[in-house]
Design a protein around this ligand. Structure first.
Ligand code: UDP
Length: 402
């Protein structure tokens, strides 16, 4: 099993020693994380590592998944979109279904932990259905700066019950919320299958397995098929690039269990890129495979992340860690990771020409790409590795658990 010791070569002994010190007072405490999926998306990715490492350092940390029907997930997906600014028809029936799933779950999910950390809107109402005997933290991973006001007002009633809300960026703080609000930037696990070093042999094997030739430079976006990730926009950008440089686009987007919109968006993309897909200049992948993601992030000439909203953007962090240059939207949490012209390029989210130009600049200038890649890796080492998230959570738990 993974242990904190394994990270010493990557982050240094001082980081480990600080973590052990912060954990001392918390030994044997019981902490519970609740979210809506074990697989797919950034939240599950981070929890998979945090939960294991917290147990390794002596904090009994559990992880439970809210049970939801397809109806429930269809509604919470709409909530997710509306929290990031999309319109919503917030009917009584939607509210009732949402609350009921939480109430039912509370009946058969017994909680006697020292602290409860609830992730994202799906399990947010749970707090109402327990006798609150411990601190409850709401960890919100989405961009709250443009939330639909009707939905926000509805959800706020639940958020007010929490002791603290954690967000991913200073920009998401809500002035109209009289609850303690703290920032924890997300991070990646450098030793997970998605981010660890892999051999050239494995890279070749996985690309072959998924039918991705390497005869042309690859441009890749790794992202769920989600409208905020703008896969259709990526196709348009690719068409502009391909007029000038022969290259290939891979859109790799596994389908998350709590994301019912994925196939609809996928089909739209498929229609838009029909000819390009037929001659294999565009390759769409929907399987969940961490080693493939790892390989793609290593071999691509450029990683693109053309989101129009992005809570943080772990796919950007992952690419930077592999020394691969990124061309990405100047949106949400991404500028926390990328300084324009330093370790990648930031482009206005809707500026397709701008995206295409920056991609071509990198394709034509491998030295620049390499220089940016190297800088990117060091920025991630310093700020966005999982050990820093562990350290931030320990600070929080030390404050919350008396
Ligand atoms: N991911 C993956 N396979 C895919 C698409 C995404 O493993 O086909 C992973 C990706 O590598 C990253 C996470 O899902 O670790 C996405 O996190 P991010 O913060 O970029 O976006 P979110 O999906 O949470 O909005």
């Amino acid at each position: 099993m993974r242990s904190l010791d394994d990270y010493s070569e990557i982050v240094g002994d001082e980081v480990l020693s600080t973590i052990y010190r912060k954990a001392r007072r918390l030994t044997g405490k019981h902490v519970l994380h609740i979210n809506a999926t074990y697989q797919g998306g950034g939240v599950a990715e981070i929890l998979g590592s945090v939960v294991v490492l917290m147990n390794d350092i002596g904090i009994d940390t559990g992880w439970r998944i809210l049970f939801g029907t397809p109806d429930f997930f269809a509604i919470t997906k709409k909530f997710h979109n509306a929290l990031q600014g999309a319109p919503i028809n917030l009917t009584e029936i939607k509210k009732r279904l949402y609350i009921r799933a939480n109430e039912d779950f509370s009946v058969f999910t017994h909680i006697d932990h020292d602290c409860v950390i609830v992730h994202d809107p799906q399990p947010l109402p749970l707090i109402k259905y327990y006798t609150k005997r411990q601190p409850w933290i709401w960890r919100c991973h989405v961009d709250l700066s443009n939330s639909n006001s009707a939905l926000w007002d509805f959800l706020k009633k639940f958020i007010l019950r929490y002791d603290t809300m954690i967000i991913s960026s200073e920009k998401y703080k809500r002035a109209d919320l009289p609850v303690d609000q703290r920032i924890i930037h997300p991070a990646i696990d450098p030793l997970s299958p998605k981010n660890m070093k892999i051999s050239e042999r494995d890279i070749t094997k996985y690309l072959k397995k998924f039918g991705i030739p390497r005869d042309k430079p690859l441009i890749t976006q790794i992202s769920r098929f989600d409208k905020w990730k703008d896969p259709e926009g990526v196709i348009q950008v690719f068409k502009l690039v391909r007029k000038k440089v022969d290259c290939r686009l891979v859109l790799c987007g596994s389908m998350a269990a709590d994301d019912p919109e994925g196939w609809m968006i996928y089909e739209k993309v498929e229609r838009k890129a029909k000819d390009l897909i037929e001659n294999k200049d565009v390759i769409l992948i929907t399987s969940e495979n961490s080693i493939l993601v790892n390989a793609l992030q290593r071999v691509s000439a450029v990683i693109i992340q053309k989101s129009t909203r992005e809570g943080f953007g772990l796919t950007v962090t992952e690419a930077l860690w592999k020394g691969t240059p990124v061309v990405t939207s100047n949106i949400g949490g991404i500028p926390l990771q990328v300084s324009d012209g330093e370790n990648g390029f930031l482009v206005e989210a809707r500026d397709k020409k701008g995206f295409a130009e920056r991609i071509m600049q990198l394709l034509k200038n491998p030295k620049l790409a390499e220089k940016m890649g190297k800088k990117g890796k060091e920025i991630v080492r310093k700020n966005f590795l999982i050990t820093r998230v562990i350290s931030d959570y320990l600070d929080l738990l030390n404050d919350m658990i008396k």
